[in-house]
Design a protein around this ligand. Structure first.
Ligand code: NCD
Length: 310
């Protein structure tokens, strides 16, 4: 039987090459099945997923819940974390212990770094981190890697632009962790200086053997890229509103910019977009962010299935 190397999924660092292989193989099956009737070799009938969201979400919560429904499982949901007993002062670790009584797997999103790990401390069912502050969003990184794999047929020897809020975006931190392990990958980091990737993180990724360069010029850098991964400036993470105002419109991907890029460039974005991608490019072949959002369901189905087997 296929097993994963982790019980709780809290950080992309935990995900091994063999985990990726197992998750992608199953996601491929679900994607090609085309119809929910054909999911029989991997279902979660009778199991319950609890989703606990203490921060805004559309894609992540819905795709997790849809994934569980497609596996014939059930979902209980705390849409507004603020309406839970955490509001009364209950700790996250107690919440994890208690909610474990009512479900078989927990998905949690919370604004504090380390919150998912705290919730997992006494949980007796697997816990999945769906975003802990600016830290990690490991399931998004699996979706992103899977999208790259489907689009490029490889995850090696790619030139990847990372654009926008490299300081606060947990999606950036998580996908870089996975991509930097594959040989030959070359990153170009493009951000305003105040939103640059943390030096310790950069060194950690470089230690895997990838190349990382920094650029302030998107127009020049875009020419060589195979993937351009853009992010929203994470307004809610700024301690100082004025700092956000200075950088909120720092980049915009439009037709004029894409005319300088390779035809095979894949523009990706975890979404939501605010101002960084012009709607006029949505129908261009380079725009891959809606496909990426669609793949979320297959990856989360595979994860929910595999994490509730062991
Ligand atoms: C991302 C997140 O929540 O970190 N969204 C998502 O899960 N698809 C990106 C973002 O909010 O900017």
């Amino acid at each position: 039987m296929t097993t994963l190397s982790f019980r709780h999924l809290l950080d992309s660092k935990q995900i091994t090459e063999s985990d990726i292989k197992n998750i992608f193989e199953l996601a491929e099956k679900y994607r090609h099945a085309g119809n929910a009737k054909n999911y029989a070799d991997g279902d979660a009938a009778g199991l319950i997923l609890a989703t606990l969201f203490f921060e805004a979400s559309t894609r992540t919560r819905f795709s997790f819940e849809t994934a569980m429904h497609r596996l014939r499982g059930n979902v209980i949901s705390l849409e507004q974390g603020a309406s839970s007993s955490v509001k009364k002062g209950e700790s996250l670790s107690d919440t994890g212990r208690i909610v474990s009584n009512y479900c078989d797997v927990i998905v949690v999103r919370h604004p504090e770094i380390g919150s998912a790990a705290e919730l997992a401390k006494h949980a007796t069912v697997p816990v999945i981190n769906a975003g802990d502050g600016a830290n990690q969003h490991p399931t998004q990184s699996l979706i992103d890697l899977y999208t790259i794999f489907c689009e490029k047929k490889t995850t090696n020897n790619l030139r990847i632009g990372m654009l926008g809020d490299l300081k606060y975006s947990r999606a950036i931190h998580s996908i870089m962790e996975l991509l930097s392990r594959y040989s030959g990958n070359h990153f170009t980091l493009i951000s305003p200086p105040s939103l640059a990737l943390d030096r310790a993180k950069k060194e950690q990724f470089e230690a895997y053997g990838c190349k990382i360069e920094e650029s302030s010029d998107l127009e020049t850098s875009i020419k060589d890229l195979d993937v351009l991964y853009a992010t929203r400036v994470q307004e809610e993470r700024f301690p100082d509103r004025m700092e956000y105002e200075k950088v909120k419109n720092c980049y915009r991907i439009d037709k004029q910019l894409l005319s300088k890029a390779k035809e095979s460039l894949a523009v990706m974005h975890p979404l939501p977009r605010i101002n960084e991608i012009d709607y006029e490019i949505d129908d261009l072949p380079q725009a891959r962010y809606f496909v990426q959002a669609n793949y979320a369901v297959y990856i989360r189905m595979a994860l929910l299935y595999l994490m509730t087997r062991s």
